[in-house]
Ligand binder design. Structure first.
Ligand SMILES: Nc1nc2c(c(=O)[nH]1)N[C@H]1C(S)=C(S)[C@@H](COP(=O)(O)O)O[C@H]1N2
Ligand SMILES: [Mo]
Length: 553
């Protein structure tokens, strides 16, 4: 795990000690950080594998997760706006840069003062331990990898620094100050490199070697955690339930305009938004769904029991509250699931309840008004997405899907519990973080084509303008398109198989050369016009009309 030439402890530096070059000390600190994390991540990966994949023993993921949990709405907004669904990669890069800087600082500081440097190292270690301990479903054992990592890392740091001090080239002409040497007031002696004595180059090599080994161990640990063994996949074994009614999408709902959204979004292209830094590996054999709280009878069921219930298939368009006007955090799928109202009826909901707090295995929660889970809409405990078991990143094995509400208050992935409760007693994950407790989806419309930029008028003489509009569970009754400031034109609506999904629209534009701005607006099924009031996503969803500026050749 750790290069033995690195960990073997050298006799404590005596009179021959010289002030280490700052760069060598910083490099030693970075290497020791890599070793700390390498040991911790490798042990964490092994632990996850042995325990069957629950808990978060990885300090990297725990600190990242704790950071995500404490992200204020404006920062989350900015991250999603700037990085989109690559926000996790951005977080990883940010953490990497921070760790390298911290490691360098620890190395540099420790070379000057053992107590200060090791003190900083211990403080950072303590933060990691607190982060690990505060992740959902962790046990005391989960602290072990971080503790062992910190211990080994500190030993490696001291060992590398003592070599730096013994092996550094005589700094001709400059006498290191007492403060720089850190702990000795004895007169400096210069000793020539002797065979067997570590040279400065050797020290740098040892540090680089330790750093590389550490990085490899981090990668191996993360890979182990991701491939952690889970039991038999009962959904693959038993197959998805055959729904009482299946969805057949009429051809009239689909479009063949190039660049126009597909009516049903393929699983691989479906947007993904969640707080999970790694997709929870769920064991279907061990999976349980519990109904708790204000019910007459608590219920607990396994996957076989769930699959045996009467499932339906329904089209539902999911939308993220962080979607900006014209954005693509929206997707439409055919979901196979068991209606939530049937499960709730079996548990017997008490009259005082007004909310269901759904909980994920990773600790995420969503607070959904009871009425949308008990009325006749297709609020589903879903196991299938577009005819396949849920992909892991979309909630395998079981998630919630509720037409009409943004995902953050309804679409809990990796579902494990439904707690029947009250809004004045419980709140979902995002509510204390500045987002509205209620999240009905606002009526929205988007232009897919033409995209901003240059437009060529086809030989037909008209430019196809096409897009989508959504107002889940209310439906779309009208879409209008405007060119610059001229009057609104009614677009052609494609078929609407259900009011729970988006609706495609097209309009033929007799485009004139020059620069033009196209704007779209929709009217929902209740006759309500989409608002032109511009709002950013926080706290309850963006609004305003989408427009695209193009140059016609
Ligand atoms: N466990 C869990 N479920 C979650 C979330 C999460 O962070 N964790 N995010 C929610 C949000 S904000 C949205 S928009 C939808 C997105 O679902 P998708 O990733 O399948 O598109 O999942 C919801 N379910
Ligand atoms: Mo979301």
């Amino acid at each position: 795990m750790v290069d033995s030439t690195v960990t073997d402890v050298r006799p404590s530096p005596g009179p021959a000690t010289r002030s280490p070059r700052a760069s060598a000390a910083a490099l030693s600190g970075i290497a020791a950080t890599a070793v700390t994390l390498g040991v911790a991540e490798l042990l964490a990966g092994l632990l996850l594998r042995l325990s069957g994949g629950s808990g978060t023993p990885s300090p990297l993921l725990a600190v990242g997760g704790a950071f995500v949990d404490r992200t204020p709405p404006w920062l989350k907004d900015w991250a999603v706006e700037t990085f989109g669904t690559a926000d996790k990669i951005a977080l990883g890069v940010g953490m990497g840069v921070t760790l390298v800087a911290l490691g360098a600082l620890v190395g540099w500081l420790t070379a000057r003062s053992r107590p200060l440097g090791l003190g900083l190292f211990a403080v950072v270690g303590l933060i990691a331990l607190v982060a690990v301990a505060s992740r959902p479903s962790t046990s005391v054992l989960d602290l072990l990898p971080t503790l062992v990592g910190l211990f080994v890392g500190a030993r490696v740091l001291l060992s590398l620094l003592s070599r730096t001090e013994v092996g550094s080239e005589p700094a001709t002409g400059t006498e290191p100050s007492v403060a720089e040497a850190g702990r000795t007031e004895e007169p400096e002696q210069r000793i020539p490199d002797r065979p067997g004595e570590p040279t400065r180059r050797g020290v740098l090599g040892a540090a680089a070697g330790a750093g590389v080994l550490g990085a490899l161990a981090i990668a191996a640990g993360q890979a182990l955690a991701r491939t952690g063994r889970v039991g038999r996949d009962l959904i693959a074994l038993l197959g998805l339930p055959t729904p009482a009614r299946s969805v057949i999408v009429p051809a009239e709902a689909m479009s063949d305009v190039p660049g126009h959204s597909a009516y049903v979004t393929p699983n691989a292209e479906f947007y993904r938004i969640d707080t999970a830094l790694f997709v929870p590996k769920m064991d279907t054999e061990g999976w349980r769904l519990r109904v708790t709280g204000m019910v007459d009878r608590e219920i607990e069921m396994g996957i076989e029991e769930l699959l045996a219930e009467n499932h339906v298939e329904a089209l539902v368009t999911l939308t993220c509250v962080s979607n900006s006007v014209g954005g693509n955090l929206v997707g439409n799928a055919r979901w196979i699931g068991w209606p939530v109202r049937e499960l709730l009826a079996r548990a017997g909901v008490r009259p005082e309840a007004d909310m269901v707090l759904s909980r994920s295995v990773d600790g995420f929660t969503a607070g959904t008004p009871l009425e949308v889970l008990t009325d006749d809409r297709n609020a589903l405990i879903a196991v299938g997405m577009n005819g396949e078991p849920l992909p892991p990143e979309h909630g395998f094995p079981v998630r919630l899907v509720v037409p009409g509400l943004y995902g953050y208050v309804s679409a809990t992935k990796w579902l494990t519990e439904l707690k029947v409760t009250r809004f004045d007693q419980d709140e979902g994950y995002w509510t204390p973080r500045g987002w509205s407790a209620l999240g009905p989806i606002k009526t929205a419309s988007r232009i897919d084509v033409p995209r901003r930029g240059d437009v060529q008028v086809p030989s037909s003489g008209t430019v196809p303008v096409a897009g989508v509009a959504w107002a889940q569970h209310r439906g779309i009754s009208k879409v209008e398109v405007r060119v610059d400031d001229s009057p609104w034109n009614e677009a052609e609506l494609l078929a609407e198989p259900t009011v729970d999904a988006w609706r495609l629209w097209t309009w033929q534009w007799e485009a004139q050369p020059g620069e033009h701005t196209l704007t779209v607006r929709a009217t929902d099924g209740d006759g309500e016009l989409q608002t032109d009031a511009v709002a950013s996503p926080a706290p309850d969803g963006a609004s305003g009309w989408h427009s695209v500026t193009v140059r016609v050749e």
